[in-house]
Design a protein around this ligand. Structure first.
Ligand SMILES: [Zn+2]
Length: 143
């Protein structure tokens, strides 16, 4: 085994590096604070440094049936749907795309990209925030 040069003892990295040799998946985060940080990192910069329990919801086989698979799976990995769920929980949907637009802006997408994404949502039955969860996220997760 070769020792890597970057031996930074950042808590997030340790388990991932160790598990590489086993060819297994990175450790799934369970600490609430670390989960929050990972969600924020993926959302804003798109960088993934650890696995989340949420990742296992993704159903690749089912998702690839959708023509907009590439875009939708990117949004899933960037935690868009997770965030929308979080923001919408406890609220009743006002049947607009208010929260969706907020999140897409937070994700640093340009206006043109945001419009493109919203068109894809609408095409897939997501006319408002709650419908995006019911009709769009549901095409990517579960059985
Ligand atoms: Zn709604």
């Amino acid at each position: 085994m070769q020792l890597s040069n970057d031996q930074e003892t950042d808590n997030l990295d340790i388990d991932i590096e160790n598990s590489e040799n086993l060819g297994s998946k990175p450790q799934v985060l369970s600490d609430k604070k670390l989960i929050k940080e990972e969600v924020k990192r993926r959302l804003i910069s798109g960088i993934q440094t650890a696995a989340l329990e949420y990742d296992s919801l993704f159903n690749e086989e089912k998702a690839t049936l959708n023509k907009d698979y590439v875009l939708l799976s990117l949004l899933f990995r960037r935690m868009f749907f997770y965030k929308l769920n979080e923001k919408l929980s406890g609220l009743s949907c006002d049947h607009t795309l208010r929260l969706t637009k907020q999140i897409l802006t937070q994700m640093q997408f340009k206006r043109g990209k945001i419009n493109e994404i919203i068109d894809v949502f609408k095409k897939n039955g997501g006319q408002c925030d709650c419908e995006i969860l019911y009709n769009v996220e549901s095409q990517l997760i579960g059985k």
